[in-house]
Write a protein that binds this ligand. Structure first.
Ligand SMILES: [Fe+2]
Length: 316
């Protein structure tokens, strides 16, 4: 698997400058380079999807240890996702009108949607606000996911809890996509040991080459701490990487990805109405660190504004 024998992201995407025929082309900002052959085309195994059963199989564990992620197909029925989607729409308005600027010390990131309304674009601890979302993430079938990391637990009231991201591409939105990052970088900010962690994604919006969504660099969860810090510029870089995988997920699929894996979220395209929502929550191990209303904002999120933007026309 020569294309995966790297310990960090390749820093020279220019070397793979677009020769057309790229399924990453739709993510590319104009003028940037894109890989000429997708990771999945070079290694079809990367496109595999699995079924979530009572136990995680040896094959699923092996895939995770090798590549740092797993896609589970059709974990949630369309009817369940429809209820969740409706709930997220309801919560969007409730949070915007609530006057809250943070939850358990974690700022809510506000932005402006295409209709010029102020909306929450990153809401932490949605499980504390919404019984519907709380029930969703506590589905007993998800317990099996804990088998990926020994002595692990769901971080429902740790870190940022259940995070809802709402990407809007268009209008005055400034939260269109999320640049390359690793989720484990926060351990380093806290001078803590980088412990194994997973981020669980329940997909209420699809992800694909033509719709935007999750891009990862398979195998980078095995990188050194140095590579984790320096392999790419955290958050700032958006350019497609020659080794990136466009993760294809359908509505109702569930993904796990390792916290050390380089990943990004490409902006939602016209095919998704320029709107994309995600639900993520962590699986953690090590010391239990619950948050509460007295918790202070974490250092790594201090750059986030919790001051609502002022649209020219409110609630048009
Ligand atoms: Fe992430």
């Amino acid at each position: 698997m020569s294309n995966l024998n790297h310990t960090g992201p390749n820093k020279s995407p220019e070397a793979f400058a677009a020769a057309g025929n790229s399924d990453a082309a739709s993510d590319a900002p104009s003028g940037s380079s894109v890989p000429s052959v997708s990771a999945a085309a070079r290694n079809p195994e990367l496109g595999r999807k699995f079924t979530l059963g009572k136990d995680i199989t040896d094959e699923q564990k092996e895939f995770y240890h090798k590549y740092g992620f797993v896609v589970f197909s059709g974990v949630f029925f369309p009817e369940q996702i429809a209820i969740v989607t409706e709930e997220l729409e309801k919560q969007k308005k409730l949070v915007a009108d609530s006057g809250k600027t943070e939850i358990n010390g974690v700022p809510i990131k506000f932005g402006i949607d295409k209709e010029n309304r102020v909306i929450p674009q990153r809401t932490p601890f949605m499980n504390l606000l919404s019984p519907v979302i709380d029930r969703l993430v506590r589905d007993p079938r998800l317990e099996a996911l804990l088998q990926f990391i020994p002595d692990s637990r769901f971080g429902y009231n740790e870190r940022d809890g259940v995070v809802i991201n709402h990407y809007v591409a268009g209008g005055k939105s400034k939260f269109k996509k999320l640049g390359w990052h690793t989720d484990s970088i926060r351990d380093i900010f806290y001078l803590e040991k980088v412990r194994p962690m997973l981020n669980v994604g329940i997909h209420v919006s699809p992800s694909s080459a033509t719709q935007g969504g999750l891009r990862i660099i398979p195998g980078t969860h095995n990188q050194s701490i140095w590579k984790l810090l320096t392999g790419k510029l955290h958050i700032i870089g958006h350019a497609p990487d020659p080794n990136e995988l466009i993760v294809n997920v359908a509505v109702g699929d569930l993904t796990i990805h390792d916290g050390r894996l380089w990943h990004r979220a490409a902006g939602p395209t016209q095919a998704l109405g320029h709107n994309r929502k995600t639900i993520y929550f962590p699986i953690l191990c090590g010391p239990y660190s619950p948050k509460n209303e007295n918790s202070k904002p974490p250092f790594y999120l201090r750059f986030m504004t919790n001051v609502k933007p002022k649209p020219d026309v409110k609630d048009v």
